[in-house]
Ligand binder design. Structure first.
Ligand code: AMP
Ligand code: TRP
Length: 341
């Protein structure tokens, strides 16, 4: 018998402001963040600027990208009246909780993270200490709200397992049942949107090739051109996903189309069976422009008023702080740290 999960009460997720956001961020994260609003759980969304600075960020660029990320959240339907939207560094409880977790988590757990290995490369002695401790801060982001569910793309699965390990070790070490078991929400056909140039790599804002991704700031011409040039094969489309098993580039475009048009890949393939990419790509470009065009436009509108973005982030931070601070204080009490003011 499988045990029924308790209902989700609080959702938390974050995105780094470390570059322009991509179609992968939109389909794997932002679009879903908006969809969780009004479904019951409280939704808390964070622009994780303290994570971004674990690798060098030019200060003025970081400021702009943080505002741009806020604009992207709102343009994608995250409503600051229905969700809490803020930037991480304005709520000090994140960094404070991360320090407490740095004493719980083990160094070996950090070295095993594939994101760390990818970012550090062969240079692992020379990266910032923050890059190594990155997952401990991520666990703090989530657990300082006692959030029980986290919508993310596939690439964050390992970090969420580590979050569960930190929660479990804390509960065990201090003989408490304090931190919840966090549930990853990795669902849908777009949990791993791949590069347009290489079907074996994920679409990423840090890929040196701009043609590999669709940016949320790309205009209609750029989107159409990138899709036209996307790598594919010469075969016609099959009638089912089974037929795309060994065709990663083709499969990626089908998944992107299905996610953008909110239909199943099966329904999509039923319409395109037997057709080649000469027909499929223009149709995909049309859907992409139709969905992303209005988002890009709304982003530009928000970006025209940076003071208003800052005001919204400040207000979100205040609401976030009111939830996080008591949980941080309880954690300190459990650990025997004196708080007399
Ligand atoms: P990041 O840009 O690394 O801060 O990622 C923010 C969110 O977007 C996380 O939930 C990621 O898992 C998700 N994400 C990033 N790239 C992709 C992608 N190519 N496909 C699906 N989700 C993605
Ligand atoms: N590590 C995540 C990424 O690179 C960003 C992140 C930081 C996050 N803290 C989080 C995601 C908390 C979900 C929950 O995409």
């Amino acid at each position: 018998m499988t045990e029924a999960r308790p209902p989700i009460r609080r959702i938390f997720s974050g995105i780094q402001p470390s570059g322009g956001l991509t179609l992968g961020n939109y389909l794997g994260a932002l679009k879903r963040f908006a969809e969780f609003q009004g479904t019951g759980p409280e939704t808390i969304y964070c622009i994780v600027d303290l994570h971004a600075i674990t690798v060098w960020q030019e200060p003025a660029v970081l400021t702009r990208q943080t505002r741009e990320a806020a604009a992207a959240f709102m343009a994608s339907g995250v409503d600051p009246a229905r969700s809490i939207l803020f930037n991480q560094s304005q709520v000090p409880a994140h960094a404070e909780m991360a320090w407490l977790f740095n004493t719980v988590a083990r160094v070996g757990w950090m070295y095993r993270m594939t994101q760390f290995k990818d970012k550090a490369g062969r240079n692992s002695e020379n990266v910032s200490l923050g890059l190594l401790a990155y997952p401990s801060l991520m666990a703090a982001d989530i657990l300082v709200y006692h959030a029980d569910a986290v919508p993310v793309g596939e690439d964050q699965k390992q970090h969420l397992e580590l979050t569960r390990d930190i929660a479990a070790k804390f509960n065990h070490d201090y003989s408490v049942d304090f931190f919840p078991e966090v549930q990853p929400l990795i669902e849908g056909v777009a949990t791993r949107v791949m590069s347009l140039r290489d079907g074996s790599r994920k679409m990423s804002k840090s890929d040196p090739s701009d043609a590999s991704r669709i940016n949320l700031t790309d205009d209609a011409d750029a989107i159409a051109q990138k899709i036209r040039k996307a790598r594919t094969d010469a075969e016609p489309l099959p009638g089912s996903m089974e037929g795309l098993k060994d065709r990663p580039e083709a499969k990626n475009l089908v998944n992107i189309y299905a996610a953008l048009s909110d239909e199943t890949p099966a329904a999509l393939l039923a319409r395109f069976e037997g057709q080649g990419f000469g027909a499929f790509k223009p149709a995909l470009a049309e859907v992409a422009v139709e969905v992303l065009g209005p988002i890009t436009k709304r982003m530009q509108d928000y970006m025209a008023d940076p003071a208003e973005i800052d005001r919204i982030l400040g207000q979100g931070a205040e609401r976030a702080d009111a939830i996080a601070r008591p949980i941080l204080h309880q954690t300190m009490d459990i650990m025997g740290l004196i708080r007399s003011r």
